[in-house]
Design a protein around this ligand. Structure first.
Ligand code: CP3
Length: 341
């Protein structure tokens, strides 16, 4: 069993090189993924424990990553809560609100989330029998999940500026807090079930945090991240909050092991600001993987050199890998990390 990832996350041993995995490592940039995807819709894949297992393993077997992440999506919890969910080509995720939303936010309570998402848990059980690297479970941070629920889709400029979400936030804050609290409570149940089924770490994705001002992040996102982290069973936790670098000091005080940096922040600056005990994950710009092999190697080296003597560092991207990424570049990147000394 490969311990590099958990050692870096929990500061157990100083290893000879940092561990590497990539956000969205099982996805459309892989020919083997596209082949399966040609036979099934994305949601079909997410709901089939055998396919979850097969797809999660694809990048582990092809590239030799040091950790696996359950093949799933942060928006499945919205569907489990009663929203209609579709992934449309060219549009991304589309959520359709249930009839009494937003008037009656409380109607969203009362679902059995473990039953609704049992396919994920079954996938985790199957994966545990196959894997020789740690398995990461995940969920969306409540603020990011709420954004998708309120916006419905993220296609237009207004959506991407979160106009509706902010209208709620500023005109009906009690209702917004109520929604965030409900999502948080389901997320605790869901992540604890993932932990019970054997994931060895969890990551929370706050992918839309960058649209919030500092004060709004402190009011509408952080308290719910905290609520979740405080209620999770024992398991190392990673937080990815895109564009929230101004809040890292206060986030590092939460009950977590690692912060996953977006590519705009500087690993060394953040390291200076935070305790050496906090593990840092990141943060290569995913666009670098679209460049030539030379550029990939040069940029990966620069990042590795910066973090050379840091035992609490996990190599990753600053956001999810892009579908256009050439597989050879991912291969080159992993080799670069593995051969670094
Ligand atoms: O990292 C992994 O390999 C695990 C799987 C994973 C997916 N989504 C698979 C996926 C994870 C961890 C996610 C998280 C997720 N989903 C986030 C947070 C991370 C981030 O990127 O900010 C968000 C915001 C979502 C919502 C979502 N799902 C979006 C915006 C999209 C992309 C839409 C598009 O078509 O580009 C998805 C779809 C999705 N999730 C795909 C995959 C592999 C592509 C689906 C396909 O095959 O068509």
């Amino acid at each position: 069993v490969n311990c590099l990832f958990l050692d870096a996350l929990c500061q157990k041993n100083k290893a000879e090189r940092p561990p590497v995995w990539l956000m969205r490592q099982a996805g459309r940039y892989m020919a083997s993924y596209r082949k399966i995807r040609a036979q099934h819709s994305f949601l079909e894949m997410c709901k089939n424990p055998e396919l979850i297992t097969e797809v999660t393993l694809l990048p582990i077997r092809q590239f030799g990553f040091d950790a696996a992440i359950v093949f799933s999506d942060i928006l499945l919890i919205a569907e489990a809560m009663g929203f209609g969910l579709a992934f449309e080509d060219g549009k991304g995720p589309v959520l359709r609100a249930p009839p009494r939303f937003p008037e009656d936010v409380a109607q969203l309570r009362g679902k059995n989330i473990k039953e609704e998402l049992s396919f994920v848990l079954e996938g985790i059980t199957l994966l545990k029998k196959e894997l020789t690297v740690p398995l990461i479970g995940f969920a969306g941070a409540p603020f990011t999940v709420a954004c998708y629920m309120i916006e419905g889709e993220m296609t237009g400029k207004k959506n991407r500026e979160l106009k509706k979400t902010k209208e709620w936030m500023f005109s009906a804050p009690e209702k917004f807090h109520q929604l965030l609290e409900i999502i948080s409570d389901y997320t605790v149940e869901y992540l604890n079930a993932q932990i019970e089924h054997g994931v060895e770490a969890i990551q929370l994705f706050d992918s839309w945090a960058h649209v919030l001002g500092n004060r709004q992040f402190e009011q509408f996102s952080k308290p719910y991240i905290k609520r979740i982290l405080d209620r999770l069973n024992k398991c190392p936790r990673i937080l990815f909050a895109k564009g929230a670098s101004c809040c890292y000091e206060s986030l590092a005080e939460l009950n977590l092991e690692a912060i996953s940096l977006d590519w705009q922040s500087s690993l060394l600056d953040v390291r200076k600001r935070l305790s050496p005990k906090i593990c840092l994950q990141g943060n290569l710009d995913p666009d670098i993987l679209l460049a030539s092999r030379n550029v990939v190697e040069e940029e990966a080296h620069a990042l590795l050199a910066k973090m050379r003597h840091d035992p609490a560092f996990i190599f990753n991207l600053g956001h999810g890998i892009l579908p256009e990424t050439p597989e050879e570049n991912v291969q080159a990147l992993v080799e670069c990390v593995k051969n670094f000394s």
